[in-house]
Ligand binder design. Sequence first.
Ligand SMILES: Cc1cc2nc3c(=O)[nH]c(=O)nc-3n(C[C@H](O)[C@H](O)[C@H](O)COP(=O)(O)OP(=O)(O)OC[C@H]3O[C@@H](n4cnc5c(N)ncnc54)[C@H](O)[C@@H]3O)c2cc1C
Length: 390
Amino acid sequence: MDLTFTPQEEKFRSELRGWLDANIPETWKDLRFWRGISDDEGFELRRDWERRKYEAGFAGIAWPTEYGGRGGTPGMKAIYDEEMALARAPQSANGLGLTFLAPTVMAIGTDQQKRDIIGPMLRNDVIWCQGFSEPGAGSDLAALRTSGVLDGDEYVVNGQKIWTTNAMHGDKLFTLVRTEPGSQAHRGISMLLIDMHQPGVETRPLRQISGASEFGEVFFTDARVKASDCLGGIGNGWKTAMLLLSFERGASGISQYTNYRRGYDEIAAAARKLGRDTDPTLRRELASRLVELECLRYHAMHVLTQVEQGRDLGSESSITKLQWSEAYQKLFETFDHLLGLDGVVAAPVDGLDLASLQFEAFWTRSVTIWGGSSQVQRNIVAERVLGLPR
Ligand SMILES: Cc1cc2nc3c(=O)[nH]c(=O)nc-3n(C[C@H](O)[C@H](O)[C@H](O)COP(=O)(O)OP(=O)(O)OC[C@H]3O[C@@H](n4cnc5c(N)ncnc54)[C@H](O)[C@@H]3O)c2cc1C
C-alpha cells in the first residue's frame, strides 16, 4: 500500500485548494444555509457552481482529455475528492451521471453516445437520473416490469420507477426496461436513455424522514425513446447494469473518510459540551468509531494503490461499500446514543449546529440500502469474492 502522493499530485492539490478557497462563499460552509433555502434553489446553486468548476478545469479529473477531462491520475482524483470534502464544497448535482453513467459510456458506448452524453454532462447542461428500482423490484432488480415495445424506430415505454434520486430536477434517465415481451429474470432487458421532458413522463416527489424530497417516483405512459438511445445494445441491459453498478460500489472511500472524520470531531465536541465526555460507555463507543474510521482510511488507500496499479476490483468493490456505509451509519448511531430522546428535536447547544448533525443522522439510515443493501453486498462478497456456496 502506498500512502504518499507524487510532487505533481501535491502541486495539483495546492492549485485546487487555492481555487476552492476563492470560489466557495463562506455562507455555503454552514449547512444551515442549505437547509434555509428550497430544494429547487439549492439544486440550481449546485448546478451553476459545478459548471463554473468545470470551466476552471476541475471536472472529470481522471477522465481522458478527449472526453473533456483533465487526464489526471487516480491519485489526483483521490486528492480532488478529499479537498472537496475538506472545503465543504456542495454535493454534485449530477453525481449519478458523472460517477456511474459516464465511465459506462466510455467503456461500451457508441462514438455518437460518447459525443452526445459526456460533454453536456460535464457542463451540467444535462442532469442524469438512474431509473432502476421499481415498487416490486429493488434488491431483486431482475423482477422489473417496466416494458418497452418497438414501434418503428422507437420504443414505447410503460411502467413505474421509484426512489429516483433528483427525479424532480432530472433531464434524462438511464433506465432498465424489459424490451423483449414475455422475457423472464435478467434476460430481455435493455438500458434505454429516456428524455424526461416529454408528455409520457411524469415525476412525483417522495418526502424523506429528514423532510427533504431529493428523490421521487417516475411514471411512464406511452413515453417514447429512439431504439438507438440504448446503452450496451438491445437485450444486453443486465450486463450493462452490472458494469455500471461496479462503478457505484467501488467509489473512492477517501472523501467519505474526510467527511465522516469531520462528523466524528463534531460529535466528540458535542459530547464535551453536553458534559458526556466522562461517560465510560460513550467514550468506548467513540473510540470504536474512530478505529473504524481509521480502518476505512487505510482500506481507501489500499484500494487506491490497487487501482493505480491497474487492477480491476470487480466484486471486491462490495467490500468498500460495506465498510464506508456501515462505519458512517454506526458513527451516527453513536450520535443518537449521545443525544438520547433529545435527538428527535433540534435542541440548540451553545456553538454547535446539532440540527445539521441530526439531519445527517437521518440520512445515514439510507446508506446501507441504496447502491445495494448491506445484506446483498454480503451475499456478493460471500459468493463471488470468498467463493462460498450459495
Ligand atoms: C436515498 C436513496 C436513493 C436511491 N436512489 C435511487 C436511484 O436514483 N435510482 C434507483 O433506481 N434506485 C434508487 N434507490 C433504491 C435502492 O437501490 C433500493 O432501495 C435498494 O436496491 C433496495 O431495494 P428495496 O428498497 O426495494 O428493498 P428490498 O429489496 O425489498 O429489500 C428489503 C430488505 O430485504 C433484504 N434483502 C432483499 N433481498 C435479499 C437477499 N437476496 N438476501 C438477503 N437479504 C435480502 C434487503 O437487504 C433489505 O433489508 C435509492 C434508495 C435510497 C434509500
